[in-house]
Design a protein around this ligand. Structure first.
Ligand code: ATP
Ligand code: MG
Length: 140
């Protein structure tokens, strides 16, 4: 039923569960679905100037790659997994990539790394659920 699953990953506990579930759902498809992992990073301010801009970019690039690698590992074996680093607001980037890449399911956590524990859904999940063109599976 699903051919192309977008996993939105921010390294939170909920996102980790979402990654494992996305992998399991993908493996249950016939043929197995492609999993596209996305992480939206904060852009590095260009007015930092050199050499600071290059230093910060190099350091953060390693951290961003670690995040994407962790997600791919949690998705598990036997699947085609593509990772994509995005810049900007997570919800907007997730919605845009899911549309452009014609993903047919978005999997994400109900909550993320935000500090407001009382809320049922994080703001990015709320926004994606409201505006995405395809089904959204929110994992807790
Ligand atoms: P808020 O950010 O609104 O303060 P929160 O951090 O608890 O609250 P969200 O940011 O909406 O909640 O996180 C919910 C889910 O959205 C995460 O589990 C993850 O799947 C996805 N997500 C959040 N931030 C990112 C990001 N930067 N890149 C990719 N996915 C993200
Ligand atoms: Mg958040």
């Amino acid at each position: 039923m699903f051919k192309h699953i977008l996993l939105a990953f921010d390294s939170s506990d909920h996102a980790r569960k979402a990654a494992e579930l996305a992998g399991n759902v993908a493996r249950q498809q016939q043929p197995p679905a492609l999993v596209r992992v996305v992480y939206a990073a904060d852009p590095i301010p260009t007015d930092l100037g050199e050499p600071y801009f290059s230093e910060v970019t190099a350091r953060r690039s390693l951290a961003w790659q670690d995040i994407l690698d962790e997600a791919a590992k949690l998705v598990g074996p036997g699947l085609d997994v593509h990772t994509e680093l995005l810049f900007g607001s997570a919800a907007e980037e997730i919605i845009q990539v899911a549309g452009i890449r014609q993903c047919d399911l978005i999997v994400m956590g109900t909550r993320g790394l935000g500090a407001l524990r009382g809320l049922l859904l994080g703001s990015h999940t709320q926004k994606v659920m409201s505006h995405a063109h395809c089904p959204v599976l929110a994992v807790r």
